[in-house]
Design a protein around this ligand. Structure first.
Ligand SMILES: Cc1ncc(COP(=O)(O)O)c(C=O)c1O
Length: 444
């Protein structure tokens, strides 16, 4: 056995030489980032500035990013989009309170609710993007929820979702503005939306703040993200908010890659994304001819979500086939396989994808119905009370009637079936069993 299990695993994976259709967006391509970032792994020095007290090179780099996004202020994160989400929620609810949340959300948001003692009110997506997909929150539902909860401190949405499905941010931000409530958007998967033929970035469509996981779709090292603020009132406390949750040793190579990516966007990114849009559209067309649709309605033009179940093969089987064809997808579930394409994929990568699509063994697997989501359970404790309680792992049968101490989401990017603080019902236990989940952490 090797003395360096992780390093060895990475080398072995690299040897497989699969085309990367997952994060990070640089795709390990030689033309994406300088190869010698190791030699730039410095720390806070008089020459290099300090992230949370930026007044030199980091401040200047952030100012250039601010110009790129036309924001009131854009801040660097070397702690991923997670750090931006934590800071964003702190800015609207530093001492807790009610916030309206899209039920489609990342677990870092649930954990932040617990840290800040935020009580969620759920906005349920309408199933309008196709079978097996979570769907979209609609502006009419946001308005109803705001009228019912006038104490809400903000509205929080995930858009695009993992599958590239976009909410109508223009309409929702108009509702929020009218009601005097900020709209926060987890734009982890949509940093590049500002650089497409049609700018669909949530900040440009009226959001008050966005958390953008730059490393997912741009040439940025894993962990690099931007917090974009549109509201001038957020600016004064933003660094403080980031510093509350961030490491005091942010990686300089990660921060440098954010600076390089911003410069790349300004010099060649718009053209590169325009070409990518065309390439992805051609692949979508090919898949559609074979009976494999994309999600319905407004979507990110560069996200390749292939709803293979519609053509008789599960996403998980399709993903295995893709791997055998030399393509590593980002994610797969029963209904679809998700590929993240960026300008750093080359033509040979796209040819592999086309070959994989054309050779999929279609029509061999189930095409029946997917189980309907269970009814939203009652919330008996806040996320903070449940996540910080004494808990125990019990079998699904024993969990019925108890309070969940964790999030259970059989398809992690989708709609969580039960959240910390919610009661586990028979219906929920039955649903989770169907997805191969047989035990849960519950409040003791
Ligand atoms: C929707 C969403 N939000 C937030 C995150 C967290 O981003 P990061 O890994 O950059 O912290 C992810 C990660 O996959 C995500 O999918």
């Amino acid at each position: 056995m090797s003395d360096t299990p992780l390093y060895t695993a990475l080398l072995e994976h690299q040897q497989k030489n699969r085309a990367s259709f997952h994060t990070p967006g640089h795709k390990n391509a030689a033309n994406s980032l300088p190869a010698d970032l190791l030699s730039l792994d410095f720390t806070e020095l008089p020459d290099t500035d300090s992230l949370f007290e930026a007044e030199g090179a980091i401040l200047k780099a952030e100012q250039r990013a601010t110009e790129l996004f036309h924001s009131a202020r854009t801040l660097f994160s070397a702690g991923g989009c997670t750090l931006c989400l934590q800071a964003m929620l702190f800015l609207v609810a530093p001492r807790g309170g009610t916030v309206l949340f899209d039920r489609v959300l990342h677990r870092s948001v649930v954990h932040t609710m617990a840290l800040l003692n935020i009580t969620p009110v759920w906005l349920l997506p309408r199933p309008n993007s196709g079978r097996g997909l979570p769907g979209r929150v609609e502006s009419a539902d946001v308005l109803t929820a705001l009228q019912k909860h006038p104490d809400a401190k903000a509205v929080f949405l995930t858009s695009p979702d993992y599958y590239g499905v976009l909410a109508d941010i223009s309409a929702i931000s108009a509702v929020c503005r009218k009601n005097g409530v900020p709209l926060l958007v987890d734009n982890a998967h949509g940093t590049h939306l500002a650089f497409l033929k049609e700018n669909r970035h949530p900040l440009s469509l009226g959001a008050s703040a966005t958390a953008c996981s730059a490393h997912k779709t741009l040439p940025v090292l894993t962990g690099g993200a931007w917090l974009n603020l549109a509201e001038p009132t957020f600016v004064a406390d933003a660094k403080h908010a980031m510093s509350l949750f961030g490491s005091t040793s942010p990686s300089y190579p990660i921060m440098a890659s954010l600076d390089i990516a911003r410069s790349w966007v300004q010099n060649s990114g718009y053209t590169a994304f325009a070409e990518l849009e065309e390439r992805v559209a051609a692949i979508r067309k090919l898949a559609a001819r074979l009976g494999i649709p994309a999600p319905e309605g407004e979507c990110d033009p560069i996200r390749l979500t292939l709803r293979t179940l519609e053509a008789g093969i599960t996403g998980t089987s399709a993903a295995e086939h893709f791997r055998n064809c030399g393509v590593e997808p980002e994610y797969a579930d029963t209904a679809q396989v998700v590929l993240i394409a960026t300008p750093f994929n080359n033509e040979s990568d796209f040819k592999r994808v086309e070959n994989a699509i054309c050779t999929l063994p279609l029509g061999k697997e189930m095409s029946g119905t997917l189980p309907a989501l269970p009814t939203l359970p009652p919330m008996l404790l806040t996320p903070r009370e449940a996540l910080f309680s004494t808990s125990e792992q019990v079998s699904l049968a024993q969990s019925v009637g108890k309070i969940a101490a964790e999030t259970a989401c059989p398809c992690p990017p989708g709609v969580p079936i039960v959240m910390p603080g919610e009661k586990i019902t028979d219906e929920i236990a039955e649903f989770l069993r169907g997805y191969g989940i047989f035990s849960l952490k519950v409040v003791k």
